[in-house]
Design a binder for this molecule. Structure first.
Ligand code: SF4
Length: 442
């Protein structure tokens, strides 16, 4: 979609250089948002992470309640941010000074509609029609079109991807050490400090792709982690989290799910941020291969060439990501025992073996279902599926994995979320953790 103010790439239309504007980034994963903003800043873009969840009332006021919960939360984030800017800047507030970052995804679910809906709401406020939305899409692996100078695009993509791998490492570190910390609060304080210092290194070295310097900083941080762990605390049941990416990552929206699980005795491993990003390249390659075969059968030369170009593009992208991710994990796992991330091809293979779902159906369901199989085989003691109330791919996941896990006697919990506080939620988590502990003791 390209309207006056929703910039869809790479279809053209209203392209403007980001460096004159402030790019407003919503906070889905706290570390991820700050590292991405630092990477943008390293490329000369004035990027800022918006406060999150403070504008939830506004988000609710300007949605009907039928939208996906992340749409409601992010709606509130942007409205709150603009309201605050207006208050702080008074007459010098100018909506054209900002670009709101809201990626989209094609496919059989509603993520692709967030930016369209939010555009309609912003347009209903006098003046905010001029506030642009930057919406890179998965159909071209989240290309930024020509918003950055052409020669910077590839470098930016590499640095941004690297920031996501580092985000996953820091998250995995947090989940690995917090249940075993010497004193309550030590890990959170240490992680907040580390997040700031890593963001600083991205700002300095990101544009020049001096990733070795960033890795040196990361190693320093990991070495410090050893001093937080109390070696006398016994190992705990390990719980895997799958589900919808926003809810998995956003602590406010999932009502601090990881912390509540830890409170009742779990060590948690959440699915990663890179999982989705790698899947986008993998799925692009898959679709391009299908197109190629179809065109070959019909002997259509030009479309064949086009799909071959797409295969090379998505394939190269995927190879690079997997190589980069492997390299970082290898170095980090020499210092601290965190779980490795899975390859998407491995997940597809695992789904094919089970014959319970197919990558052809796309969406996060194929990732979540396959991850559940991986967790079940990998010695985990329980699995949680967290998602926005009414989320289609996550409810599909639930329907497919429940009978499978029942046969394995593996504890499983669905955690649907909206902004309400469910009175029985903590009791359900406590019961689930009791079962996970029994599974662990077996
Ligand atoms: S994955 Fe779920 S929450 Fe996200 S857009 Fe799709 S239906 Fe909505």
């Amino acid at each position: 979609m390209t309207t006056k103010n929703v910039i869809s790439f790479p279809s053209g239309g209203n392209k403007s250089h980001l460096r004159d504007k402030t790019l407003l980034i919503p906070e889905m994963n706290r570390t991820g948002a700050h590292l991405l903003a630092a990477t943008f800043r390293s490329f000369g873009v004035r990027a800022r992470v918006m406060d999150t969840y403070k504008g939830l009332d506004l988000g609710k006021e300007y949605t009907s309640g039928k939208e996906c919960y992340p749409c409601q939360v992010t709606m509130g984030d942007i409205l709150h941010c603009i309201e605050k800017e207006r208050e702080d800047l008074g007459d010098s507030f100018n909506p054209t000074d900002y670009i709101y970052f809201m990626p989209e995804a094609e496919g059989p679910c509603r993520f692709g509609m967030y930016n369209k809906y939010q555009r309609i709401v912003l347009d209903s406020f006098p003046g905010l029609e001029e506030l642009q939305i930057l919406s890179p899409t998965n159909s071209d692996a989240y290309s930024l079109g020509d918003l950055l100078a052409k020669h910077q695009e590839q470098d930016f993509r590499k640095a941004a991807y690297f920031s996501m791998v580092v985000t996953d490492i820091l998250d995995r570190l947090l989940w690995r050490i917090r249940p075993y910390e010497r004193e309550p609060g030590m890990t959170d304080a240490y992680l907040e400090r580390s997040r700031r210092s890593v963001a600083h290194t991205f700002e300095i070295y990101g544009r020049r792709k001096l990733f070795a310097k960033i890795m040196d900083k990361l190693e320093e941080i990991l070495e410090e982690a050893q001093s937080i762990v109390d070696p006398t605390i016994a190992p705990k049941p390990v719980v895997g989290i799958v589900g919808e990416i926003y809810l998995r990552m956003h602590d406010h929206a999932n009502q601090d799910l990881v912390r509540v699980l830890e409170k009742y005795g779990a060590e948690v491993v959440n699915a990663s941020l890179c999982e989705w990003v790698n899947y986008v390249s993998y799925d692009g390659l898959r679709q391009a291969k299908r197109e190629f075969v179809l065109n070959l059968k019909q002997l259509r030369l030009e479309p064949m060439k086009a799909s071959l170009r797409k295969m090379i593009g998505f394939g190269g992208d995927l190879l690079y990501k997997e190589w980069r991710q492997r390299k970082v994990y290898r170095r980090v796992r020499g210092l601290i025992d965190i779980p490795e991330d899975h390859k998407i091809s491995h997940l597809e293979h695992s789904l094919k073996e089970s014959d319970l779902f197919s990558f052809d159906l796309r969406t996060e369901a194929c990732l979540s279902i396959a991850s559940v199989f991986e967790f079940a085989r990998g010695g985990y003691n329980g699995i949680v599926n967290v998602y926005p109330f009414t989320c289609m791919p996550s409810m599909t996941t639930s329907a497919v994995v429940k009978p499978f896990l029942r046969t394995l006697r593996m504890p499983y919990l669905d955690v649907p979320c909206d902004s309400t506080i469910q009175p029985g939620r903590e009791a359900a988590i406590r019961t689930f953790m009791y079962q996970a502990q029994q599974h662990f003791n077996q």
